[in-house]
Design a protein around this ligand. Sequence first.
Ligand code: SAM
Length: 255
Amino acid sequence: MTTTLGNALYDQKLASVYDRMYPIGHDTEQAVAFVAALTPPGGSVLELGVGTGRIAVPLAGHGFTVHGIDGSEPMLAELRARDPQGTVTTRLGDFTREGTGRTFDTVTLVLNTFFVAVTKEQQVGCLRLAREQLAPGGRFVLEAFDPAPYHHMEKPDHSMRHLDERSIMLDTLTVDRSQQLMLSTHTIIDGGAPETREHLLRYAFPFEIDLLAELSGLRLVERTEDWAGTPYTSSSLRHVSVYEADPDSPWGGCR
Ligand SMILES: C[S@@+](CC[C@H](N)C(=O)[O-])C[C@H]1O[C@@H](n2cnc3c(N)ncnc32)[C@H](O)[C@@H]1O
């Protein structure tokens, strides 16, 4: 598996089906409520990997100033179509390499998007940028799956998603445990020739993320299993983790 940045950007084809891959449902509503409760009234939110605005657009509807970064122009085009009033401002860019030069009350990195940084150095770089973009008293929220079940996979996994009555997506998942890399392929079958896209992710365990966060000048404030606040336990398969800048961090100031 090769480890290049930008491998998990969503192109035109994936952008066109993204909202059917992750339809807005209860979980999205809970995510919006969670971030809204964390952010001061009328405050500001930065979403890293904002995508089609699944969370950003409803957050702007709560009266927050919402800005999003994404490396995919087709995804940002879908966001603009969802948000014709332009309530969410966006920037085309790589959140693992560049900041906005601004600070925000809340910075979010949801739906496993942290794992697009495919080395631990890139992951630390990404977390440092998140910290630098936090306003005083701000919070950084990261949602990710717990890799434990995948880390022990012995052979590739296959699954299928229903996109609509005329199209499906076949997903395969292959894990390189030695590198903590996960290669997923998405094959879209929608009446034309099947098209396959690949995404490479570097998964990290929750306590590993905490350590990388500490090296980036962040400290964990709370961790729950989901956006509804279910307690995080040994059987949790994902986590929603909230961090704050640690002013006493011996690592925080250096890049
Ligand atoms: C799983 S989607 C999540 C989208 C959105 N946050 C949501 O919750 O629906 C991941 C998004 O991150 C973007 N992305 C991946 N790598 C990126 C990078 N290095 N810099 C900026 N955006 C990136 C993709 O283009 C895609 O829109």
